[in-house]
Each structure stands twice: as C-alpha cells, then as structure tokens.
Design a protein around this ligand. Structure first.
Ligand SMILES: C[S@@+](CC[C@H](N)C(=O)[O-])C[C@H]1O[C@@H](n2cnc3c(N)ncnc32)[C@H](O)[C@@H]1O
Length: 216
C-alpha cells in the first residue's frame, strides 16, 4: 500500500555531492579498515531500482577496484518487491547513464537486447558488492551489526514528522561514532534527533556517538 504513495524516481549519482563526500572524506578510512581485515557496511535504505546502491558501489570500486576481496558490503533495501527485482537485474535505459562519465559506462555496463529494445546492464562485479532485500522502514529492522554509512534519501519526506524523527534515531542506534548519514535534498534531521548528529554539509550528517557532547 505504502509503496503506491511514493514515487520510485531515482538516478545514478543523484545529488552527486554525497558520492563526492563519500569518496573523498569517508572511503579513505573505511578502505584502510577493510585492508586491515576489518568489516565495512553501507546501507542504501530506500534503493528504488538500484541506481543509488550501484552509484555507491561504483564509487567504492573507483577507490578500491578489488573491493569484493574484502569484507566490504552494501545492503540495499526497499519496501517494493517489484522495484527490487528491477534492481537485482540491473538493466537500464541507455539515457540513465547520462550522469556518469563515458569511461565509467564503458567499464561497467554492457549492451543488452530486451524484447528488441537496446538497454544496458551493469557488470556482475558491481552487483556482487550488493545484497538486495525487502524492508519497510516503518517496521522492525532485522539487523544485528552496525553500518558505517547510511543513505536514506528522498523517502522519509513522505512520512509524518514524528515518524521521521523516530527513523533518524533508529539510524543513530545503528551507526558508530562518526558514522555518516546522507538524506534527500528536501529532508532535514529534525526535532530531538538533531542532538544526535552534526550537520557537516548539504544533507550530510555525522553521528555524534553515544557519549557525544550534544547528547549529554
Ligand atoms: C523517490 S525513491 C528514492 C530512491 C533513492 N533513495 C534516491 O534518492 O534516488 C523512494 C523509494 O522509497 C521506497 N519506499 C517508500 N516507502 C518505503 C518504506 N516505508 N520503507 C522502505 N522503502 C520505502 C519506494 O518504494 C521508492 O523506491
């Protein structure tokens, strides 16, 4: 029902400043940890047809081409099983790739014929970094471990304010100190949840941590 109330609109490298921030400010530390044998987890929490988690994976691969050799994984979830099937297939119209460089298109996409129409499909090496699962942000979340980075963009705008606040707090409980949260262009971490995060850039937040000054 809920999925009918929202749109699936997305695109590769949408709000590209998040991917630049991830690449320049966040990945160096996470890559060092992965290379030292540590675990790295990124969550794309309303992934639509996959263009967001694939953009994350392409950003990771640009900095760590053999990411699959490490414990470096992306979880991509959405409430809508149909859109998740499309995400797993990773097949797009050619014009979806307009937001990326020709070199990236050439390296990671191949032409495929779908019922007589030319499309592009993302490489298995990119897919291998991502697990796609159904998840309703308003329900229970079946996680044990933490995430280092959470992308939750352009979905909570459809929820009422108390629900948004609850979701921001739940994200905080899954992030380590200094873990990052990226949200959509018309969204804001609001209410009491503001005390949990530092706003460090455009719709970019860093979790203060359990003993953080603002929280005390
Ligand atoms: C506008 S798209 C945003 C996609 C991507 N995050 C982006 O910014 O490009 C919103 C997505 O949220 C999903 N969605 C809606 N309600 C949800 C819920 N309660 N839990 C999880 N996903 C939900 C929709 O199915 C849709 O794919």
């Amino acid at each position: 029902m809920l999925s009918h109330l929202t749109t699936n609109f997305t695109r590769f490298f949408r709000e590209n400043h998040h991917f630049e921030h991830l690449r320049d400010e966040v990945l160096p530390g996470l890559i060092a940890r992965a290379k030292a044998g540590g675990r790295v987890r990124i969550w794309s929490a309303a992934c639509s047809d996959g263009q967001e988690p694939y953009s994350i994976a392409l950003t990771v691969l640009s900095q760590l081409p053999n990411a699959a050799d490490y414990d470096f994984k992306i979880l991509a979830t959405d409430i809508d099983p149909k859109i998740l099937a499309a995400a797993r297939a990773g097949i797009y119209d050619e014009n979806s790739l307009e937001t990326m460089s020709p070199a990236m298109r050439k390296q990671w996409f191949r032409d495929v014929d779908v019922a007589g129409r030319r499309k592009v499909q993302i490489d298995d090496k990119v897919k291998r970094l991502i697990t796609f699962n159904e998840l309703n942000l308003m329900a229970q979340w079946p996680f044990k471990g933490n995430f280092d980075v959470i992308f939750c963009r352009n979905v909570v705008i459809y929820f009422d304010e108390p629900t948004q606040m609850k979701i921001w707090s739940r994200f905080a409980s899954l992030l380590p100190e200094a873990g990052h949260l990226y949200i959509g262009h018309s969204e804001r971490v609001s209410g009491d949840a503001k005390n949990l995060f530092d706003n460090i850039g455009i719709t970019t937040y860093r979790y203060i941590g359990r003993n953080g000054g603002k929280r005390a």
